[in-house]
Design a protein around this ligand. Structure first.
Ligand code: PMP
Length: 308
């Protein structure tokens, strides 16, 4: 079933879903000249609460700057529009997708003469890698595709065209019978999944690639680091050689869609005992505890919205 909702925000107005249309000569459709975010709202007492909304919209504005596509809205305005669309759709929980893109004018590769269009959608969406995966873990392969070299694209920005690389990684993985792929960076060091950051646990310490290894600075990555340090673990943001994936006692992915998902095998080698490990579980317990409202939101990650 196609993803949909009743209403969507487009270029300043909340309109019926089926009316949100673009021309086929839209610049972004041809050249990937778009920037976007993926955000979640979780239900809190019958209303939605936006998870780390300001941080996501700050990253959207950063992506706009890098892509030289001006954002039509400020962070605060994006937050207001999000609340408006959640209300219009009466969504208690949702995946939220803002997108800013070069529209229809001409097909010159430098699209700065094209209008800038923008949408914000809220749609229902469950666990990205499957509900069972949150407990049992996923099987992954190291991709034959590398993440982009630092002087080719902008890994730290969420720019539409860059997701051709992510598509290569995930399509190859699925064709080979895996749930997801892990891409190495241009120097052969561990980078990230097609839409997730990665963490390894080795001898009780936690490792994750630094921002320079062609990763997106994930907001869930920041949650995992914050929670892990709060639990007293050492977290090292450091360059990780491929074989660490095979030595690790535990591995997990983080992402807005994937949340915190354990990895149970890499290249058909079991990670640790081949399931979710205890440190991964302890970080998940805090993360999902906050998300479900069972633990206090001590880092102020939620912005509540009233559906009334
Ligand atoms: N890396 C890539 C390439 C992604 O697309 C995503 C999803 N936005 C992530 C990492 C995870 O980032 P976040 O936790 O902010 O969703």
């Amino acid at each position: 079933m196609a993803m949909r909702a009743d209403y969507i925000w487009m270029n300043g107005k909340v309109i019926p879903w089926d009316e949100a249309k673009v021309h086929v000569f839209t610049h972004a459709l041809h050249y990937g000249s778009s920037v976007f975010e993926g955000i979640r709202a979780y239900e809190r007492d019958g209303n939605p609460a936006i998870f780390r909304g300001p941080e996501h919209f700050e990253r959207l504005l950063f992506s706009c700057k890098v892509a030289r596509i001006p954002s039509p809205l400020t962070v605060d305005e994006w937050m207001q529009v999000t609340a408006e669309v959640l209300r219009a759709n009466q969504h208690r929980s949702a995946y939220i997708r803002p997108l800013v893109f070069r529209g229809y004018d001409s097909l010159g590769v430098d699209g700065r003469g094209c209008p800038v269009d923008a949408i914000l959608a809220t749609v229902p969406w469950g666990a990205y890698l499957g509900a069972e995966a949150l407990e049992k873990g996923v099987d992954v392969q190291v991709s034959s595709w590398r993440r982009m070299a630092p002087d080719t694209l902008n890994a730290l920005a969420k720019i539409g065209g860059q997701y051709v690389n992510s598509q290569n990684v995930v399509m190859e993985a699925k064709d080979n019978g895996f749930n997801e792929g892990i891409a190495l960076d241009i120097n052969g060091y561990v980078s990230e999944g097609s839409g997730e950051n990665i963490f390894l646990i080795y001898k009780g310490e936690i490792y994750t690639p630094p921002l320079g290894n062609s990763i997106l600075g994930g907001i869930t990555r920041d949650c995992a680091i914050t929670i892990a340090r709060d639990l007293g673990y050492t977290v090292r943001e450091t360059t990780i050689p491929r074989e660490m994936l095979y030595l690790a006692d535990e591995i997990f992915f983080t992402g807005t869609a994937a949340e915190i998902t354990p990895v149970r095998s890499v290249d058909r080698l079991p990670v640790g005992k081949g399931g979710r490990g205890p440190i991964t579980k302890s970080i998940q317990d805090v993360f999902f505890g906050i998300i479900r409202g069972e633990l206090p939101d001590k880092w102020n990650w939620f912005t509540p919205v009233s559906l009334a």
